[in-house]
Ligand binder design. Structure first.
Ligand code: PGA
Length: 257
């Protein structure tokens, strides 16, 4: 009932030429195969518009959608270095990552900022992929659920359930991102269920039953299946292992049986 969504977060990787090469190889793998999950490619800003063109010219623009890694919450104006939601839509994006732990850690993004960015994205028709997750010391200190609860409450403050039908939540334990450490399937399922219940408490069962919750953190072709078959896991936000088209393709097409 919930269609899984797999997103390739390239972070600060790939030039325009490398983006073109990737999409050409990915298209060769994708064309002619039937793919049930929704697929989103998330290149850096500089390659976005061109990536959109290549996806279309390779004939996979409907199968592989485009997303951005960040946005600014204002509509227009004197904000040197920032990019607004409208510009992302103009570049061909349908999705945008908000509140990635690297943004929180290196650029001091708070849940309040995440909240404003979600509002800006939704206003322009972009679907936010909202990242939450605990650090290693928070997990070791038994604070995982408290952290998730406050991130969800503060990020989604002021919204009504009707506003949120297009959001995706990415549960990304910070200790698992880029480290090679993956949450066990049990840890992932437990956190996802907690998040779903939190959404239910705040916005009701309709939204909770339909919202997609991705897992992210060192997902690779050889560990994807055990996590994805958990009942509350609806796809993945993939970093390192999405940089190679073959590896990302193996992730999205893991054997579901
Ligand atoms: P990773 O990154 O797959 O390299 O751990 C995931 C992410 O940051 O979204």
């Amino acid at each position: 009932m919930r269609r899984p969504i797999f997103a390739a977060n390239w972070k600060m990787n790939k030039t325009i030429a490398e983006t073109e090469e990737y999409i050409e190889s990915f298209a060769e793998l994708l064309i002619g195969t039937e793919h049930y999950p929704e697929i989103v490619l998330i290149p850096p800003y500089t390659a976005l518009a061109y990536a959109g063109k290549i996806l279309d010219s390779m004939g996979i623009g409907k199968q592989a959608l485009l997303g951005a890694q960040n946005l600014f919450w204002e509509d227009v104006g004197a904000f040197t270095g920032e990019v607004c939601a409208e510009m992302l839509v103009d570049a061909g994006c349908q999705y945008v990552i908000i509140g990635h732990s690297e943004r929180r850690q290196y650029f001091l993004e708070t849940d309040e900022i995440v909240n404003k960015k979600i509002a800006a994205a939704l206003k322009s028709g972009l679907k936010p992929i909202i990242c939450i997750g605990e650090t290693k010391s928070e997990r070791q200190g038994g604070k995982t659920f408290a952290v998730l609860e406050s991130q969800i409450k503060e990020s989604l403050d002021f919204f009504e359930s009707n506003d949120l039908s297009d959001i995706v939540i990415a549960y990304e334990p910070v200790w698992a991102i880029g480290t090679g450490l993956t949450a066990t399937p049990e840890q992932a399922q437990e956190a996802h269920l907690f998040i779903r219940n939190q959404i239910k408490n705040m916005f009701g069962s309709d939204l909770a039953d339909n919202i997609r919750i991705q897992y992210g953190g060192s997902v690779k072709p050889d560990n994807v299946k055990t996590i994805m078959i958990q009942p509350d896991v609806d796809g993945s936000l993939v970093g390192g292992a999405s940089l190679d088209p073959d590896s990302f393709f193996r992730i999205i097409s893991f054997d579901r049986k």
